[in-house]
Design a protein around this ligand. Structure first.
Ligand code: SAM
Length: 271
């Protein structure tokens, strides 16, 4: 339904978890401890939750000092939400919301302490972030925001290939394509979020969270190479024969080379 299969989300999960900045998650957890009401688990709304990757990243960090957290998982794909529930309903308090939040008025934020997202806000438009910030400012003043794994437009490879830069340029143009929220922010997402939440008076903390893909990630790297190639072929900015040569070279080196894909994590907290 959404174009994000359980298999694809599982494939990227290990790289995502290694990449996420742990300090920001710990800071978010400490902040939740400070703001939540005693004996009432804080409520976190995870937007575009998929199968619950953000729950797992929080759970990993509170494993030694477990504390109850309530999660409201918001996604338009009921299959992903059902899988998230199956994986987490024993260890966490889970509420599911099947919602298309491209209409921001449909965001279910009642009672929420923290809004989270991962690998999501580079898909949305500037307008979406403006509306989100205004909604939080006017309706839910004390809500924090944790947004992980926002692609920053950088991808580097070893060994290098003469077409790397041109292919990346094409790929990054495609990142701005409308993904259902208006023209996507793509690589500009973290910068835009930072400015917008600073404007409404929030304290902003950011950290780099790159995918560092080695030979053991060859399945994910191979899938990334296929995806970049497919996108580049549809955009007609480079010759198809050149893109295919790049693809062949990248696939030949997938088991021995490396790939770094830049992301930025952000935590925005009300003052
Ligand atoms: C790249 S996936 C990230 C999933 C998860 N956060 C993770 O890190 O594994 C983006 C998620 O956003 C959801 N999504 C995309 N557009 C949406 C929309 N308009 N309304 C609700 N969910 C949406 C997809 O179904 C998918 O689960």
């Amino acid at each position: 339904m959404s174009g994000f299969s359980i298999d694809w989300l599982d494939l990227r999960e290990s790289a995502d978890h290694r990449a996420r900045d742990k300090t920001l998650i710990e800071q978010a957890i400490r902040w939740l401890d400070d703001v939540s009401i005693p004996n009432q688990p804080p409520l976190i709304a995870d937007l575009g939750s998929g199968t619950g990757s953000t729950i797992r990243s929080f759970d990993n960090l509170i494993a030694e000092d477990p504390k109850p957290l309530s999660w409201r998982l918001v996604d338009h794909d009921p299959n992903l939400l059902a899988e998230a529930k199956r994986r987490h309903e024993v260890s966490n308090i889970i509420e599911l919301c099947v919602t298309d939040f491209s209409d921001i008025q449909k965001l279910p934020l009642e009672g929420v302490n923290l809004v989270t997202s991962s690998a999501l806000l580079d898909l949305v438009s500037a307008n979406f972030i403006d509306e989100l910030a205004q909604k939080i400012k006017h309706e839910y003043q004390s809500v924090g925001l944790y947004s992980a794994l926002n692609y920053d437009g950088t991808t580097s490879w070893t060994p290098t290939h003469p077409l790397d830069r041109a292919v990346l340029k094409t790929f990054n143009l495609d990142q701005r394509r409308d993904k259902g929220f208006g023209p996507a922010l793509g690589p500009e997402a973290a910068k835009y979020l930072k400015n917008e939440f600073r404007t409404i008076g929030y304290k902003i903390f950011t950290a780099k969270s790159p995918w560092l893909l080695k030979h053991s990630d060859h399945k994910l790297t191979g899938s990334l190479i296929d995806g970049i190639t497919e996108v580049s072929l549809t955009r007609n900015e480079l010759k198809a024969s050149e893109i295919k040569k790049w693809h062949t070279f990248r696939k030949q080196n997938v088991g021995t080379g490396s790939c770094t894909v830049g992301h930025i994590d952000l935590l925005a907290l009300p003052r």
